[in-house]
Ligand binder design. Structure first.
Ligand SMILES: NC(=O)c1ccc[n+]([C@@H]2O[C@H](COP(=O)([O-])OP(=O)(O)OC[C@H]3O[C@@H](n4cnc5c(N)ncnc54)[C@H](OP(=O)(O)O)[C@@H]3O)[C@@H](O)[C@H]2O)c1
Length: 359
């Protein structure tokens, strides 16, 4: 496979750090450039990230010695020296939209974890196992931007990365109504227990903007490409409550689902077991072998035990049973900074590379 030089924009942040650990030994992508805010620019990465390094693995000397670029002031320079960038920055939405478009217009494709472009009509929001065909919209986006190579592709919010995959193979039974309560780890806010001690022994029943994202984004993912737009799916109707809980990594969801044509419990488990997507067929380097995993034990999946399944790229389900108001209820879990953020973005980039979008 062809090799690509890649940069990480927002490299000092929680998601940026994950990108670094995932890219250091990647078989196709060579991490050659790091960028962040003017506060970090010009410093060695080890100085810029300092005590914020939150990964379980040590920061390597090679990455620690890389000098950090200014993500905004150095767009042209960065665009010239890499084949594409991953982007995960904490800035105002309109600034992020402007920044991502500036890279795209400088002919540098952007694979983004930010929410700013998720509802741009011609920006694909891809979960590679679910809607890989949405990448086709990139041609229309390039036309709008006037670019040959440059484009923006985004990842969806981390909150929905467990229940949308779990529901996807069941769509053939007419998923009609979904109620999901999510129990989200503190790394989802870019925090650790050291930087957010208020979260020890605490639950905060509010995550700004999260419920809207959790309800609306699945409809774009299940939508279809029509000309120069992605048209949202009309159903299912989804309602959510998103809570911040005291776990370091791993978002859990308790899900209730009603179908138009109710399947049996065995049919649902069979759909989960047999489900394979394009990443599995293409054997992309970051693809989990078994994407959807059902646990028969009544007390699984558990955040600490199961979030790292298949390198944090698999989704786990458990406790599937009948409900008195909906048809069924179950729980599901995904690693929020791996499958839900950097890992999901790396897998999307592998899909785009395999389909020739970076050439
Ligand atoms: N954490 C998750 O699980 C998760 C999941 C999905 C999506 N996301 C999204 O990913 C993005 C980053 O999240 P995070 O948790 O990694 O945030 P974070 O830990 O707060 O990191 C923010 C990053 O943005 C950089 N930054 C801030 N202001 C900037 C500017 N003016 N110009 C360039 N860079 C700037 C910071 O650089 P400095 O260090 O120089 O300030 C840092 O590298 C957000 O949009 C978030 O919504 C996060």
């Amino acid at each position: 496979m062809k090799q690509y030089n890649v940069g990480v924009i927002g490299a000092t942040g929680m998601v940026g750090q994950r990108f670094i650990t995932l890219l250091e030994n990647h078989p196709w992508f060579n991490l050659t450039l790091l960028a962040a805010s003017p506060r970090s620019a010009g410093k060695k990465y080890s100085e810029a990230v300092g005590k914020r390094w939150a990964m379980k693995t040590e920061l390597s000397e090679k990455v620690g010695n890389m000098v950090v670029y200014d993500a905004t002031a150095d767009v042209e320079k960065i665009a010239k020296s890499v084949d594409f960038v991953f982007c995960a920055v904490d800035m105002k939405k309109d600034e992020i939209r402007g920044l991502e478009e500036a890279y795209a217009k400088a002919e540098c494709p952007v694979v983004s974890n930010n929410s700013a472009n998720r509802h741009t009509d011609d920006v694909p929001m891809i979960i590679p196992e679910i809607n890989p065909e949405h990448a086709e919209i990139i041609n229309a986006q390039r036309k709008r931007l006037g670019t040959k190579r440059g484009f923006v592709a985004v990842k969806s919010n981390c909150s929905l990365q467990s229940y949308v995959p779990a529901l996807h193979p069941l769509m053939k039974f007419g998923v009609d109504k979904v109620l999901a309560c999510t129990y989200q780890a503190i790394s989802g806010a870019g925090k650790t227990f050291e930087t957010w001690p208020e979260m020890v022994d605490n639950v905060i029943p509010y995550i700004g903007g999260e419920e809207e994202k959790s309800e609306i984004e699945p409809l774009k993912i299940w939508g279809r490409v029509d000309g120069d737009k992605i048209i949202d799916a009309a159903s299912p109707s989804i309602t959510t409550q998103c809570l911040r809980v005291p776990s370091s990594d791993g978002h859990m969801a308790a899900v209730f689902v009603k179908f138009k044509n109710k399947p049996s419990i065995d049919e649902i488990k069979k759909c989960w077991k047999e489900f394979k997507g394009v990443p599995q067929e293409l054997e992309l380097p970051s693809a989990p072998k078994q994407f959807l995993n059902y646990f028969e034990e009544p007390d699984r999946p558990q955040t600490r035990l199961d979030r790292d399944l298949e390198g944090g790229m698999a989704v786990s389900m458990g406790r599937l049973r009948e409900d008195t108001q909906y048809d069924y209820k179950f729980v599901c879990l995904s690693h929020n900074t791996l499958r839900g953020a950097a890992g999901g973005a790396v897998l999307m980039a592998e899909l785009l590379a395999a389909k020739g979008y970076f050439d």
